[in-house]
Write a protein that binds this ligand. Structure first.
Ligand SMILES: *Cc1c(COP(=O)(O)O)cnc(C)c1O
Length: 423
């Protein structure tokens, strides 16, 4: 599918008068339409709920927009719990799916009433010791092990992943929870990331539903919810076909009716914890071309770098690039698009065919709405960018200011001689 930027060159030229590049900009209209489609796709399930994986885009403005569609938060850490709570998202609207969890995080999760999803068998005892009791509602994370192959050949290797419990452990764990007075039970699994196929959720659901039936038979525990977690991907590349959430919802519905309903488990609520699918396509990193350098290759140097978007540097991930204002020009120039870090992997694109680029052009780097800004860091003393929201009426709102040098120096406030820089 052709990938189009949701802003024009003219819009950006207006925006930069107030907010200089680089920045991430999010498309409120797209976010809302997608959140609505997700809700409708699972409306067949009475207890359905999406818990947005906060780590993908931890911004309260975005979380509040999603909240209007009944979306809660999937948190994985102390500060993410604080963030969700501050947004008025708490109680059963928070799923706390963490691993290698510190005691303080469990304590806060319990305090805000989050549903705790235990990553490991040993965490039952750890949680009981930490809280002095077990919560009445608990979820357990399952890892089926082995290698996953879905119809179109996407593979992943849960047997090599640090998350979740084995089948034997999880069955034993439900027995223990039941004997300790836990009243509401959930099951969770996340086995493949960024799947671009409508088959992933139904494939996972089938495994979890079959296991739910087995758990009921072996332990007498009837699960209250099954959490399909994240992993629904987006089409980063133009040649990919985006997932269709309606087809995905229907696919899960079908296996639900085939497996859970006949087993007397038709009341099970389906939960999801999508991050990437909820926000990924509705964000772009906008950056300005500063330099062109011609040595053995032709390099376009921009004012953003890997601290603004790490995925290309760490995974070699593809992010589509639009040269704003040159959408209709032929892509007849080959470039590496680079940032300014002293790291040769600081490249947004390698050998990318693009229209001829001039200094001062604005580039829109697509699909940065999830795992984009959020992964940022401060290497080379680089500061994190602003985040902007392109509202439905076409106006722009600052939803996080850019970092200033004082933010970078603020953790030196233990040294009096740094006090002036930290201001
Ligand atoms: C990262 C994560 C998600 C979201 O994953 P996406 O691929 O962004 O959908 C959901 N649940 C858990 C536990 C995660 O770690």
């Amino acid at each position: 599918m052709e990938k189009k930027a949701f802003v024009t060159k003219e819009q950006i030229e207006e925006i930069v008068k107030t907010y200089p590049t680089p920045f991430h900009i999010y498309d409120e209209k797209g976010l809302r339409a997608n959140a609505k489609a997700v809700k409708e796709a699972f409306a067949w399930n009475k207890g359905y709920k999406e818990f947005f994986a906060v780590k993908a885009l931890p911004n309260p403005f975005i979380m509040n927009i999603l909240k209007e569609y009944g979306v809660g938060s999937d948190c994985s850490s102390y500060t993410e719990l604080m963030l969700a709570d501050k947004c008025g998202i708490n109680g059963n609207n928070i799923m706390f799916s963490s691993n290698d969890t510190p005691a303080a995080d469990f304590i806060l999760a319990d305090k805000v009433g989050a549903t705790i999803n235990l990553d490991d068998f040993s965490h039952i005892e750890f949680l009981e010791k930490t809280l002095g009791k077990l919560p009445e509602r608990l979820s357990l994370r399952y890892n089926p092990g082995g290698v996953v192959t879905i119809s179109n050949g996407i593979m992943d290797n849960p047997g090599d992943a640090k998350y979740g419990m084995t089948k034997e452990q999880i069955i034993e764990a439900y027995k223990i929870l039941k004997s300790k007075g836990v009243k509401e039970f959930g099951m969770h699994a996340f086995i493949v990331s960024n799947t671009v196929t409508n088959d992933y959720y139904p494939f996972l659901a089938k495994q979890l539903f079959e296991l739910a039936v087995e758990i009921k038979e072996k332990t007498g525990v009837s699960l209250n919810f099954i959490n399909l977690s994240g992993g629904v991907g987006i089409a980063y590349k133009p040649e990919q076909t985006p997932n269709d959430i309606k087809i995905i919802g229907e696919g899960v519905h079908k296996v639900f009716d085939e497996i859970l309903v006949p087993a007397g488990l038709g009341d099970v609520s389906i939960y999801t914890e999508m991050g990437r699918f909820m926000t990924g396509p509705y964000g772009m990193l906008v950056t300005k071309v500063l330099h062109e350098k011609k040595i053995y290759k032709d390099y376009i140097g921009v004012d953003a770098c890997a601290v603004n978007l790490m995925r290309p540097a760490i995974y070699g991930a593809y992010h589509h690039i639009t040269v704003l204002g040159k959408e209709d020009k032929p892509c007849d120039h080959k470039y590496d698009v680079t940032g300014s870090l002293c790291e040769n992997n600081d490249k947004f694109a390698v050998d990318r065919m693009l229209p001829e680029i001039e200094i001062g052009d604005y580039l829109a780097i697509h699909d940065t709405g999830a795992h984009g800004f959020a992964m940022g860091y401060n290497y080379n003393g680089k500061l994190k960018s602003a985040e902007l929201l392109l509202k439905e009426d076409g106006s722009v709102q600052l939803i996080r200011r850019a970092e200033k040098p004082s933010d970078y120096f603020s953790t030196f406030d233990c040294f009096p001689e740094f006090a002036d820089l930290a201001k």
